[in-house]
Design a protein around this ligand. Structure first.
Ligand code: SUG
Length: 443
């Protein structure tokens, strides 16, 4: 059967001007460890833009999602603060500094948590289905969903091609962290794939062990239904408790899939042998599975979490037959992961080359290259129907760099949040970015 050609478009989150180290993400070791350190939003955002440019210049289609409004005054007003912006900020700074910190959270940069996406090749109605994540397990991320939904509705407005759902109900039983716990395997982007949903806990169970398990099984199950996926082409599987307790608060810290290839740590999943057998059984008519399973003896789970080896992007550039692994620079600094990367490209396996990228500022909050991007598989007609302002070229990247250099500080501490001048700067920065991507109506 013929099928339309489709492309994987990476939508990276542009790191916002309030990027900081709030220590707000329980179970995320880097976030806890770096709490209170001085951040450099300008450098953070420029690092992110450099990664986007690298992928664009490698021949891939690259998109961007602008930062959300910060501080989030709607969140502060909902939390009982009132008056002018200045009064709201002063009152929050003195009465509830933790809420003010949450209102400034730059965590929307990690767009792998923005939504779950099912390409049109997988859905019964032939549309791309999009469910914004409710992120209800962490306070500082729980208020992303309404602005994320508005943003995704603006970009994927055309209802003939796209179905943007509401986020799932905001309750811990429905706790959903988006694409970070979703793997789609397929032969080609445009052919039907197997969508795998990795959950951390059953509804009703908050902690299943030490660190919180963020994704609930019920949330994943409801997304399968909303996205009209075929039961035989979707699979729910549990993340191993051991991985969560080692700091893999999302599955994409220990696993990444691309086309027919699954790259993962042997301790990523509950009962990995049965998991792989199940994938093989369900994918028989769809693709031939290739696996790269990394042994604990080669890369201990702790090194995997420290280095974020698995939070790499696997991409296929037009000039190569096999894949490129876009890995965080930090994997070079750790002996086991550095050695692993050297060995990986020696054989004739699916990955031919490793490219290291510096996203250090994001990494210090537990966000690697793969956290910074939301993958959206689009046919040419769907790409045409999406808002073109967010699809990048070098000129737009230059403009973004200029706006960052002009508006972002190179030093931010949590105490800066109490200053209305900083809030105004954040607003001005966002407005200039929205102009560049022609989304001024969201200002
Ligand atoms: O939700 N860090 C984010 C990192 C998200 C990484 N995303 C993926 N794995 N896909 C989180 O834990 C830290 C913010 C702070 O503490 O200031 C934070 O939210």
């Amino acid at each position: 059967m013929s099928h339309p050609v489709a492309h994987e478009v990476n939508f990276d989150g542009l790191i916002g001007p309030s990027h900081s180290f709030g220590g707000m993400a329980d179970g995320n070791i880097a976030s806890t460890h770096n709490e209170g350190h001085v951040s450099n939003p300008r450098q953070a955002a420029l690092q992110g833009v450099r990664k986007m440019r690298q992928l664009l210049n490698a021949g891939l289609i690259q998109g961007v999602l602008p930062p959300l409004p910060r501080p989030n005054f709607d969140f502060l007003v909902a939390a009982g603060f009132h008056g002018t912006d200045q009064q709201i900020i002063s009152a929050a700074a003195t009465q509830a500094p933790g809420l003010l910190k949450a209102a400034y959270s730059a965590s929307p940069m990690w767009t792998a948590n923005a939504a779950t996406i099912s390409p049109s090749a997988d859905t019964t109605d032939g549309r791309v289905h999009i469910t914004p994540a409710n992120l209800s397990s962490m306070l500082h991320r729980s208020h992303e969903q309404s602005d994320t939904t508005a943003l995704l509705c603006s970009i994927f407005e055309n209802e003939n091609h796209f179905a943007v759902h509401s986020a799932l109900p905001s309750h811990q039983d429905f706790s959903d962290e988006g694409a970070a716990n979703h793997i789609r395997l397929c032969k080609q982007h445009g052919t039907a794939g197997l969508e795998i949903f990795i959950y951390g806990r059953e509804p009703g169970e908050l902690h299943n062990h030490g660190f919180p398990a963020r994704q609930s099984r019920l949330a994943s199950d409801r997304i399968i239904s909303a996205h009209q996926l075929q039961p035989d082409r979707s699979l729910l599987w549990q993340q191993s408790k051991r991985a969560i307790d080692a700091g893999a608060f999302h599955n994409d810290v220990v696993c990444v899939g691309h086309l027919d290839t699954l790259f993962f740590h042997e301790n990523a999943f509950d009962d990995p042998g049965r998991f792989l057998a199940q994938i093989r059984q369900q994918s028989e008519d769809l693709f031939e599975l290739h696996t790269i399973m990394v042994r604990e003896t080669d890369v201990p789970l702790d090194d995997a979490v420290k280095s974020y080896l698995f939070n790499s992007q696997i991409v296929q550039t037009p000039d190569r037959e096999r894949f490129v692994l876009i890995a965080p620079k930090d994997t070079q600094a750790i002996e086991t992961t550095n050695n692993f990367c050297k060995e990986l490209v020696k054989g004739n396996g699916p990955i031919e080359h490793v490219e290291f990228v510096d996203v250090r500022e994001s990494m210090r909050n537990g966000g690697g290259p793969a956290c910074l991007r939301l993958r959206v598989v689009l046919t040419s007609a769907e790409l045409e129907a999406a808002h073109s302002g967010v699809i990048l070229d070098n000129d737009k990247l230059d403009q973004l760099e200029q706006a960052i250099t002009e508006h972002y500080r190179d030093r931010v501490e949590i105490s800066d949040f109490a200053d209305i001048a900083f809030a105004n700067e954040c607003r001005a920065a966002r407005e200039s970015i929205l102009d560049i991507v022609s989304l001024g109506s969201l200002a």
